[in-house]
Design a protein around this ligand. Structure first.
Ligand code: NAD
Ligand code: IPM
Ligand code: MN
Length: 357
């Protein structure tokens, strides 16, 4: 089969890690007899520099015409003082919205060979970490009314959080459907003791849960959840939460697995096309040094094969290869212990490809 993949390298380490994922997918293509046509498009700071627009229309059109989209990361200090609508991050929100990708799946799993990279006490890490955050991606405070206004006390700025029943229902269904394939339990995270939008969230999640009598549902307040993730992460399986809470908690969860450089994500809507990206950003502090961990982006490629292209065996082959490489003790700098030898981004990619063969 031939698959058309739109590729957004983005900024910072984006090009390095996307190259890694493409090389792995090409190796999978050779092994399983598929052809992936990768079409690079501009988005983020690089697109702003080249065209004055961080999300050119051509980029949206190419993504809409593709089978799926692979993304590195966007943003960096160079573009931090642009007005909000011209920032690279606005382009990322724009492409998620334009493609209707309301569900962001962020799996966090502690590989047994990386137990020593987990910063938690050994007796906690031993119980295992295998959770998935289902983050609402096209609503909430990221997309609510915002602005600045003059008041009698001077200038103020505001961002508003709003969620409709429809938005909550559809993300809850994604979480419940996923729970049916896992441990049949969902923890919904909110701030219902303070926020009205969280109270509607909670009501709607419970009303939707009636369609899934076989799945257990419970609630947790977000501040407690941030603490519980560190105290006892093995209690979490499927977690469903809002756009901003999911953003924050997934960075926290990533570190429990050893590094943010390991966590992949899938952004999905109602169709089969998705956008696949690591959860981390453009890492300006290590950009261009060739030391970024490519595993998050390589695993995002695997998720694309499974969830958008229906290539389960091929996805599993990539995940297996990553597992083998880690089990052999091969490490990029972010997951190495002091004094351990480290691989560059491209050496780690070579090692994964070697394990695929
Ligand atoms: P970041 O995730 O880019 O980096 C945080 C820390 O993690 C840094 O020390 C970085 O070196 C490290 N890190 C991240 N990815 C790594 C990898 N693959 N291997 C090894 N180390 C890695 O977060 P930040 O510094 O807060 O943000 C930098 C820029 O990225 C900002 O402009 C931000 O808006 C943007 N950002 C973009 C995305 C995205 O495109 N999806 C996501 C998050 C942040
Ligand atoms: C992420 C990022 C983005 C988000 C930013 C860059 C807009 O942090 O993908 O996790 O908050 O969604
Ligand atoms: Mn984030």
């Amino acid at each position: 089969m031939n698959y058309n993949i739109a590729v957004i390298e983005g900024d910072g380490i984006g090009p390095e890690i996307v190259q890694a994922s493409i090389r792995v997918m090409e190796a999978v293509g050779v092994r399983f007899g598929h052809r992936f046509s990768f079409q690079k498009v501009l988005m983020g700071g690089c697109a702003y520099d080249a065209t004055g627009n961080p999300l050119p229309k051509e980029t949206v059109d190419t993504c809409l015409a593709s089978d799926s989209v692979l993304l590195g990361a966007v943003g960096g200090p160079k573009w931090d003082t642009l007005p909000g609508h011209l920032r690279p991050e606005a382009a990322l929100l724009g492409i998620r919205k334009a493609l209707g990708l309301y569900a962001n799946l962020r799996p966090a799993q502690l590989f047994s060979s990386l137990a020593s990279a987990c910063p938690l006490r050994a007796d906690i890490a031993e119980k295992g970490i295998d959770l998935i955050i289902v983050r609402e991606l096209t609503g909430g405070i990221y997309f609510g009314e915002r602005g600045r206004r003059q008041t009698k006390n001077g200038e103020e700025a505001y961002d508003t959080e709003a969620y409709s029943v429809k938005e909550i229902e559809r993300i809850a269904r994604v979480a419940f459907d996923l729970a049916r394939k896992r441990k049949k339990s969902v923890i919904s995270i909110d701030k219902a003791n303070v926020l009205e939008s969280s109270r509607l969230w909670r009501e709607t999640v419970h009303a939707t849960a009636k369609e899934y009598p076989d799945v257990a549902v419970s609630d947790m307040l977000v501040d407690n959840a941030a603490m519980q993730l560190v105290r006892n992460p093995s209690q979490f399986d499927v977690v469903v939460t809002s756009n901003m809470f999911g953003d924050i908690l997934s960075d926290e969860a990533s570190m429990l697995t050893g590094s943010i450089g390991l966590l992949s994500s899938a952004s999905l809507g109602d169709g089969t096309r998705g956008l696949y990206e690591p959860i981390h950003g453009s890492a300006p502090d290590i950009a261009g040094k060739g030391i970024a961990n490519p595993i998050a982006t390589i695993l995002s490629g695997a998720l694309m094969l499974r969830l958008s292209l229906g290539l389960e065996q091929e996805a599993f082959a990539i995940e297996n290869a990553v597992n083998s490489v880690l089990a052999k003790g091969l490490r990029t700098a972010d997951i190495a212990r002091t004094g351990e030898d480290t691989l560059t981004c491209s050496q780690m990619t070579d090692a994964v490809i070697a394990c695929l063969a």
